[in-house]
Design a protein around this ligand. Structure first.
Ligand code: ADE
Ligand code: ZN
Length: 331
């Protein structure tokens, strides 16, 4: 079996994936036509051309505008179905999927339509376990986050957890402490983007103020030895997204990615795809990017897949099932 086939064959979990970041240009234009929505690009090629990003904000500007195509439960179902079909081909057997309801609500879409559609699109994918993580947009502030949680609490049973995303620098985690505490009180798990463009202080804030159980990205943690020590001691997972970091210029290029050092320091690294429609590939492509840059030994590949399963919020029995499958497939 080639290394590429081996990557796809191993069972794994995807823990950092924004469902709106799987909106491929052809689907965006198909849905926009279906809904009579005009997108700010002439056609698919123009949207694809707009995907030359200089940083996180330049990506977010395009990403939020493209979301205008998504209006009905059927749109969200089509989006989820397309993603899970692709993910399954890459060996994804468990997925914890972010969504950004504040944008959809701003577009006039009811929160329940978003959740209903996403869950409907999952229905036929019975061999991929997992669920939804509702993200607060940090650049809209803590009051807007509290409003979202109030609007969502009747669906808490349909969510796994809450996350914090969008423009990081200048929007630290601490003001979101209360809304995260409320969410945790509803039984929701807590994760947060931190250390993507922001420094180690954002990661400390995510841990201390939000009670984040995983750090999304975390590539800048190496700048703070005490932080690395804390993350290693507690084995707090990092959901690393190599293609995203390269395309948003959070790192200087593939070979400059801190992945080898993150692993070498004993951090619990997982590999994820973030916004694959925008960054050049789904989960297997992110593993391939690391393999091209650093050469992934079979044992490292198996460790990364194991980490993803152990870092997930899947029930212990499901984790054990996937770990057993991984053990058999990694022979
Ligand atoms: N929303 C979607 N992708 C994101 C990323 N990489 N960082 C922050 N917010 C996001
Ligand atoms: Zn992300």
């Amino acid at each position: 079996m080639s290394a590429r086939d081996h990557i796809r064959a191993l069972p794994k979990a995807e823990l950092h994936l924004h469902i709106e970041g799987t909106l491929e240009p052809d689907l965006a234009f198909r849905l926009a036509r279906r809904n009579g929505v005009e997108l700010p690009w002439a056609d698919e090629a123009a949207l694809a051309k707009a995907m030359d990003f200089s940083d996180l904000q330049s990506f977010l500007d395009v990403y939020y505008q493209a979301m205008a195509a998504l209006r009905t439960p059927a749109d969200f179902a089509d989006l989820m179905d397309a993603y899970l079909t692709r993910a399954r081909a890459d060996g994804v057997r468990h997925a914890e999927i972010f969504f950004d309801p504040q944008v959809h609500i701003g577009n006039g879409v009811a929160f329940d339509d978003v959740v209903d559609g996403l869950l409907e699109g999952w229905r036929s994918h019975t061999d991929v376990s997992g669920g939804l993580i509702m993200c607060f947009l940090r650049d809209r502030g803590p009051e807007a986050a509290a409003d979202l949680l109030a609007a969502a609490r009747h669906r808490a049973g349909d969510l796994i957890g809450v996350g914090l995303d969008s423009a990081e620098v200048g929007n630290p985690p601490e003001p979101f402490a209360d809304v995260f505490a409320q969410a945790r009180g509803l039984g929701l798990r807590a994760v947060a983007h931190a250390g993507e463009e922001g420094g180690p202080e954002y990661v400390w804030g995510a841990l201390r103020a939000l009670g984040a159980e995983r750090i999304d990205h975390g590539i800048r943690v190496l700048e703070d030895d005490a932080l690395v020590g804390e993350l290693v001691a507690r084995q707090v997972p990092l959901t690393v997204c190599p293609l995203s970091n390269v395309r948003l210029k959070a790192v200087a290029g593939h070979a400059a990615h801190p992945f080898p050092e993150l692993l070498a320091r004993g951090l619990k690294v997982t590999v994820n795809s973030d916004d694959p429609a925008y960054f050049g590939g789904y989960l297997a492509a992110n593993f391939e990017c690391l393999d091209d840059a650093f050469g992934l030994q079979p044992q490292t590949l198996a460790t990364l897949c194991r980490n993803s399963i152990e870092a997930s919020f899947a029930a212990p029995e499901r984790q054990a099932e996937l770990l057993a499958e991984l053990g058999a497939a990694a022979q």
